[in-house]
Design a protein around this ligand. Structure first.
Ligand SMILES: Cc1ncc(COP(=O)(O)O)c(C=O)c1O
Length: 400
């Protein structure tokens, strides 16, 4: 009898973490490595948020709390949804977890049975198909193209839906492509969803505040309020507030689902850190002015990276609407040989050779379900981005 669970054999470890680990190893061995693999802002958590956490510790707010969030945080989240998304959620329709990832995990685990299908537009965030598979259900990737701006079209969605479809996972702006859907584009998808009453929508709005050039963020329930009774709107403080390590994410949806998620959480982690919850209250209720300032910095970096990558031989990089990622195609490098003598047959070969020969860590597109591409996180300093892109240009120029 095998000791390890069968369910473990169905999933892969996170590829984004794997590349970060390899880059760390090379760095420890003394190599000059630029890591563009990590999915977190390089900014520090704002002072007023840190102070709120310190205050919480001093005031003894250091005990177990309500499983899925303190009332003060649920109130701050409800106010955020009203203020920014024009949606009303009651406290019993809100769930707070240890990061957006736990909220996602709870929602899928609480609803999926073997045989259920989950439609996941590709390229996708690596965790979606793995959590679906862990739950014993079937991920159904729906591939997009550069030509469609890495967005699914209504027709393709309509065709992908079967009687077994339980969820559609939407992620806008997207990790890894940075693509964000306009209100009209979301409308095209919600029209299709209105025809299929059995399909639930999990919209991952984690990168909501990171949109550029005046792009207006929209979430499905805002466009089609009738979908509210079968939508989980996922968000969190990790990206917009530079709070990845604090581990606070939240979801809002029908009370029946929220209750099921709390039941699951009550038998796993219990409440998210009480101190982090108080910090998140301050993040959501406190000053928001640093968010557009950070977004302006990200926009400049995006423009720099897109322009430099498009000057690299064999690469083609669209200019995404949001997040802090670009997802260039490396199709023009396939079949070539590097100056180090490595033949590039796949995007994985491309990123491995780039790391070994030029010390730049990126993640292969195949990890996100779309090849041959790679993902660059531009959440790092302009100087490092310039140096990394110069190295990528040199690497590509050396291909024969
Ligand atoms: C698309 C997307 N959703 C959710 C998350 C999870 O965020 P958290 O750190 O809050 O768990 C991430 C983190 O990388 C992400 O990229």
């Amino acid at each position: 009898m095998a000791f390890l669970a069968d369910s473990l054999a169905r999933i892969k470890p996170s590829a984004t973490i794997a590349v970060t680990d390899r880059a760390r190893e090379l760095k420890a061995a003394g190599r000059d490595i630029i890591g563009l693999g990590a999915g977190e802002p390089d900014f520090d958590t704002p002072e007023h948020i840190k102070e709120a956490a310190i205050r919480a510790i001093r005031e003894g707010k250091t005990k177990y709390t309500a499983i899925d969030g303190i009332p003060e945080l649920k109130a701050a989240i409800a106010a955020k949804f009203r203020r920014e998304n024009h949606i009303d959620y009651k406290p019993e329709e809100i769930s707070v977890g240890t990061g957006g990832k736990q909220v996602l995990f709870n929602a899928l685990m609480a609803t999926l049975n073997p045989g259920d299908e989950v439609i996941i537009p590709a390229p996708y965030w690596v965790s979606y198909p793995e959590i679906v598979a862990l739950a014993g259900a079937t991920p159904v990737p729906l591939k997009t193209t550069i030509a469609s701006g890495f967005k699914i079209l209504p027709d393709a969605l309509d065709k992908a839906i079967t009687p077994k479809t339980k969820w559609l996972i939407l992620n806008s702006p997207s990790n890894p492509s940075g693509a964000a859907y306009t209100r009209a584009e979301i409308g095209g998808l919600t029209d299709v969803l209105m025809k299929h009453g059995h399909v639930w929508v999990l919209t991952d709005d984690m990168y909501e505040h990171l949109v550029y050039d005046g792009f207006v963020f929209t979430t499905p329930v805002e466009v089609e309020p009738a979908l509210k009774s079968r939508t989980l709107t996922l968000n969190g403080v990790s990206k917009a507030y530079a709070m990845t390590g604090w581990r606070i994410g939240y979801g809002a949806g029908p009370a029946m689902l929220i209750k099921a998620m709390a039941k699951l959480q009550s038998q796993s982690t219990t409440n998210p850190s009480s101190i982090s919850q108080w910090a998140a209250v301050e993040a959501l209720n406190g000053p928001q002015d640093f968010i557009p300032k950070n977004a302006e910095i990200f926009k400049k970096r995006r423009d720099l990276v897109v322009s430099m990558l498009n000057q690299a031989k064999g690469l083609s990089c669209p200019r995404p609407e949001g997040a802090f990622y670009v997802f260039p195609s490396c199709a023009g490098t396939i079949g070539k040989t590097t100056t180090g003598g490595v033949k590039i047959a796949t995007d994985e070969d491309f990123v491995t050779a780039l790391l070994e020969e030029e010390g730049v860590a990126v993640v292969q597109g195949s990890a996100f379900g779309l090849a041959p591409h790679f993902r660059i996180s531009y959440a790092t300093s302009t100087e490092l981005l310039e140096e990394a892109c110069s190295r990528i240009q040199r690497f590509c120029a050396g291909l024969r």
